[in-house]
Write a protein that binds this ligand. Structure first.
Ligand code: PLP
Length: 578
């Protein structure tokens, strides 16, 4: 790629999606983290990942006949599967010493370069019963449990890397605020025994030089806040005073993890251009840049499209820019590859639900975390209208997926509403909801449908990534102009917009009207009557969006703009000199 300084980037994330049977993620944030590390391994970027082991996962989703969600632990065992790292560290929580070990998962790149991921684990006989559970549940428990987990992740992670010999030249990437306590560990190291009353601007600057922070959501629940009355007993007096001395406990008496990360990071970014603007207005005192998310192209490309790309543009595997040349792939070959991906999806749907969907029918996919702002049920706003559209413009069927956080009642209600609507629409429009949306079914679904639908409430979709997975597989999006779609959308070329304006203000009624109008007047007629045109849109989705919205391009931007900005300038100067 380009010459990198001799420094390792430590990527800290509360969730990282490594593979299907390792349940260390809940949704988009974890998938992005995994895809980032996969691209780092491909590109040979010196990186190391840090997360928690999450022995009991996020949760396994069960849905009854009415769409009522219940949850059970999703246990997995690292034993015999991951190797233990040869180091042991401890952290202080509630005044106790908590022992922490780590398991090592190697993310292997296309040329064999390995990015190790360390999964921290407190399930050790030396620890108290409660401490042993601290690395069990992702996003489980109460505020106290969450703060304790963040101590293990941030401070434990920093200590673990140190103990493993990662030392001098480090950059730290704080992937969302959960890992922000890492900065406290770095500050303590910088003080080298001096006390909190000695903290000066130079100390803070020394930590800032090492840290990069990515914020991922404008939704308030995504920004952890802990009251000082909880922080002081959990973290201890010394660290609490240190946070105070560094002005990280606000006038409201709370430790805000986002502000902690902002204060100690030299570089801060949002995950799409619009999200940069929104984040900049949320945090006016800190300059916020933008690096738009991507997905790991190989991981999210279905087998038939891998074969097609291998035949036509074999370079795509190590250089995703070559996907640009998909623009020359014959349309028939794209349609054939898609037909295979669609069949694979419908077979899996039949296997999981017993419902046999028709491969000749236009199939819409919608899957992501079930939470109110994502508005999974928007398409059911007017059931009669939807029926009329299917009568007039051609049959359609819809496949849903997505988990609601166990305490997200609004998200759970959404799922029930989809089940209700499904019943009302039978038998004319068939609707299935796939239980337990995870990596493997996400790959099948984003590749196998004919249209990927996304209608979040603006401006709350920071980026969104599932539409990028779809694009790699020639599946166009129909989406509200928010997040990545503002950048990826070329009307009628890569897909379609819901609502004509890319203004940040939502227009719920106009969006529903436009959603129906686009389906009825533009998309369904094209799908059923103008096959060549539809296949051309599919091809553009790959060439224009697959070639750009991938983590290879994204990580190159992080290297150039975030991790080693001075290097980028040097390279430019050298090139000019030549
Ligand atoms: C890609 C993915 C997501 C994220 O989807 P968004 O469109 O970003 O909301 C969530 N869950 C799983 C399992 C995924 O694969």
């Amino acid at each position: 790629m380009f010459e990198l300084p001799n420094a390792t980037i430590a990527y800290f994330s509360m969730e990282i999606c490594l593979e299907q049977e390792i349940f260390t993620y809940s949704g988009g944030l974890g998938v992005l983290a995994g895809d980032t590390l996969r691209s780092a391994a491909d590109l040979g970027v010196p990186m190391v990942g840090v997360t928690l082991l999450h022995r009991k996962g996020y949760f396994r989703q069960h849905l009854d006949a009415n769409g009522q969600q219940s949850e059970s632990p999703e246990e997995w065992r690292p034993d015999g599967r991951l190797e233990q790292a040869p180091a042991r560290i401890s952290v202080e929580i509630d005044g106790r010493t908590v022992q922490v070990r780590a398991w090592r998962y190697p993310v292997r790149g296309i040329n064999g370069h390995v990015v190790p991921v360390y999964l921290l684990d407190t399930d050790l006989p030396e620890n108290t019963e409660w401490d042993r559970t601290l690395t069990d549940y992702l996003y489980g428990g109460d505020n106290h449990y969450r703060l304790a987990q963040e101590i293990v992740l941030g401070m434990g992670g920093a200590a673990m890397l140190h103990a493993l010999g990662y030392d001098d030249e480090m950059r730290y990437h704080i992937n969302e605020g959960h890992a922000a306590l890492l900065t406290l560990a770095l500050l303590e190291r910088q003080l080298a025994g001096r006390k909190h009353w000695d903290v000066n601007d130079g100390d803070i600057e020394a930590v800032r030089r090492q840290c990069v922070f990515t914020t991922h959501t404008p939704v308030p629940a995504g920004h952890d806040r802990f009251p000082e009355s909880l922080v002081r007993p959990t973290l201890g007096n010394d660290y609490t005073e240190l946070l105070r001395a560094a002005h990280c406990i606000g006038d409201d008496g709370a430790l805000n993890m986002t502000y902690l990360a902002l204060r100690f990071s030299r570089y801060v970014n949002g995950v799409a251009m619009r999200h940069r603007e929104i984040s900049q207005s949320m945090f006016p005192n800190y300059p916020v840049d933008s690096i738009t998310n991507g997905v790991h192209a190989f991981t999210w490309t279905s087998e038939p499209f891998r074969e097609l790309f291998d035949r036509r543009i074999p370079e795509w595997r190590y250089d995703n820019l070559y996907l640009r040349y998909a623009i020359d792939i014959p349309l028939d070959e794209i349609r054939e590859a898609h037909a295979i991906a669609k069949r694979a999806l419908l077979e899996e749907v039949a296997r999981r639900t017993g419902v046999r969907l028709d491969p000749a029918v236009f199939t819409i996919g919608f899957a992501r975390r079930a939470t109110p702002y994502k508005r999974a049920d928007l398409i059911f706003t007017d059931i009669a209208r939807l029926r009329a559209i299917a009568t007039a413009a051609g049959p359609l069927q819809i496949i849903f997926g997505g988990k609601a956080h166990p305490r997200d009642d609004g998200g759970k209600a959404l799922i029930r509403h989809i089940f209700e609507a499904a019943r009302a629409l039978e038998p004319q429009i068939r609707v299935v909801y796939l239980e337990n949306y995870e990596m493997d079914i996400a790959a099948l679904l984003t590749a196998g449908v004919d249209l990927w639908l996304n209608n979040p409430m603006k401006p709350l979709e920071a980026s969104g990534t599932s539409g990028m997975k779809a694009a790699l597989n020639g599946v166009p999006s129909l989406s509200v102009l928010d997040g990545w779609w503002i950048e990826g959308h070329v009307e009628g070329a890569t897909g379609w917009a819901i609502g004509s304006s890319d203004a940040a203000e939502p227009d719920p009624e106009g969006e529903v009207r436009d959603l129906y109008a686009k389906l009825e007047q533009v998309i369904l007629p094209m799908f059923y009557q103008r096959h060549t045109e539809y296949a051309t849109v599919m091809r553009h989705a790959i060439a224009l969006n697959g070639s750009f919205f991938n983590t290879q391009r994204m990580l190159e931007q992080y290297v150039r703009n975030a991790y080693f900005p001075a290097t980028a300038v040097m390279i430019e100067r050298e090139e000019v000199a030549r």
